[in-house]
Design a protein around this ligand. Sequence first.
Ligand code: HEM
Ligand code: NAG
Ligand code: NAG
Length: 536
Amino acid sequence: MGLPIIPTVAACLLLAYFIYTYLIYPALLSPLSRVPNAHWSAPISPLWVLYHRLFQNDTRAVHAAHTELGPIIRLAPNELSLNCVDGGIRTIYAGGYAKGDWYSNVFSNYGVQPMFAMPEHGPHSKRKRMLSNIYAKSTLQGNEGVGRISRALLHERLLPRLEAVAASGKPTEVYDIFSSVTMDFVAAYVFGLRNGSDFLRQPEFAKKFVKDYKARQLYTFWPQEMPRFTDFMSRVGLLGLIVPKWVTRSNHDIEDWIISMCDRAELSLTGEAAEKGEIGAAEDFPTVYAQLRTALIKDISKSDLDLSVEQIAKTHRLDMASEMLDHVLAGFDTSSITLTWLAWQLSRPCNVQWQQRLQAEIDALHNVEDAKEIDTLPVLNAILMETLRLHAAIPGNQPRVTPPAATLGEPGHALSALPAGIRVQSQAWSLHRNPEVFPDPYAWNPARWLESSELQLKEMGRWFWAFGSGGRMCVGSNLAMLEMKNVMVAVWGAFLTSIADDSGMIANGGYLAEPMGKDGKFLVLQLEKRGKAQQS
Ligand code: HEM
Ligand SMILES: *[C@@H]1O[C@H](CO)[C@@H](O)[C@H](O)[C@H]1NC(C)=O
Ligand SMILES: *[C@@H]1O[C@H](CO)[C@@H](O)[C@H](O)[C@H]1NC(C)=O
């Protein structure tokens, strides 16, 4: 009994095609086949890296592979990870590789992409040009509003709260306190102090917000890593199986809250007082909102002269809200994660000398509210830089997509003529642990930023990647540095801190490195008010 010829031949051809496409080509013939595999299955399946991403341990797993296999490794059939500057981050990020849809699948708000999520170079750089200036270091240091925001938040809201805790003699959780300061800080710069957030004095509201926010983060895996599957589940009505309904609700709550602040900012610019030309206090000016609004209006009025300014503002309501939401969320979370790791290191018994050296520097300040003077303190700067190195708030992958005919890898071992569309990534976690650049890389040692030679410091700067690099580098890095330095001066100028319970200080191993907490506790510190004698 013979098999029917035609179907048999067809089946064999089909099988051969699949074997070639999914096994032989990727494993043996693809230009990527010369790259060491992070896992034996990497050439034929993305399951290994997806598994680690699902459980938010990919940063560690990829780092372990780099440690074993070198600066260029293959994570999946179409994915590479690069852990080097030349032929690595300089080519990919300074070279302006596109972001792909990894960001836009998750970081769109109100259905509109903010700058962070824009995949295309053109629209992104146009938006970035509209916004960079208000985040420049010189703008921030010279801005009267920023100085007054800082004073109001730190001296009138944060310190009284900490003083009450210290007076009670009881230890306190600091992660949510830092989240509140950083939220109030960035929201005040974006929307104005009076129309921004007031988390420091509304701890319950702050807690609800942080809960909503974590929900938003927890389920990004599906749309981000498996967009087509997620789409399919959504279309057949089964999305609830992978992303619970309350996540969408939490997302909407955040969007509603932000847009209400945008609407108030809009009113403060166009309302009665503004119409009469009354200029409010500098700290109440919605700097970021107003900047984007003005830039968009200018841009549109070039093309469409029939629209009134109010009409333009209305059409762009969601566009602006989406951008503001992103700045507020990107700004508060990363800075509070950094401050929490910094507080942890400074409060450990082994680092008492660093707390003392910091306090000596703070005590010698002429003006504790002068951001420019604070920025000159070497020990304070070294402590913050070392924390950003060892505990980068975004230690994980920042994926990009190769253009046609890319060359990647360290000179001498580079791969050339790579095809377009390969997902490539680098991660601060690994760049910051190169023992040739940062000797004894796992130790928190601020001295490396104080005692290294000029040449070595330059090399450390090339590998330092807490804020990314290139055209998509963090737009808020100067605001973050200023705000974190001011917080350091306020807190350690006034208190001695020691650890009461740090069992929750276990870092997430995914894109972000927030402490994951244990039994609802993150970092519990004992605060002791410094005496006048200590301060002089
Ligand atoms: C310690 C604090 C901060 C850290 C460690 C940090 C880190 C980063 C990193 C690594 C990126 C690039 C991400 C990627 O491409 O995957 C980024 C982008 C960005 N960050 Fe930050 N950031 C911080 C604070 C802030 C603040 C305060 C703001 C807002 C005011 C902000 C707003 C943004 C925005 C809008 C982008 C997207 C920029 C673009 O696409 O051109 N960040 N940040
Ligand atoms: C995360 O990955 C690292 C490195 O591969 C591994 O040692 C560690 O056990 C993993 N942690 C978890 C929780 O899976
Ligand atoms: C806050 O928003 C309101 C609109 O709700 C506006 O009238 C007011 O001017 C704003 N306050 C400040 C201080 O800008």
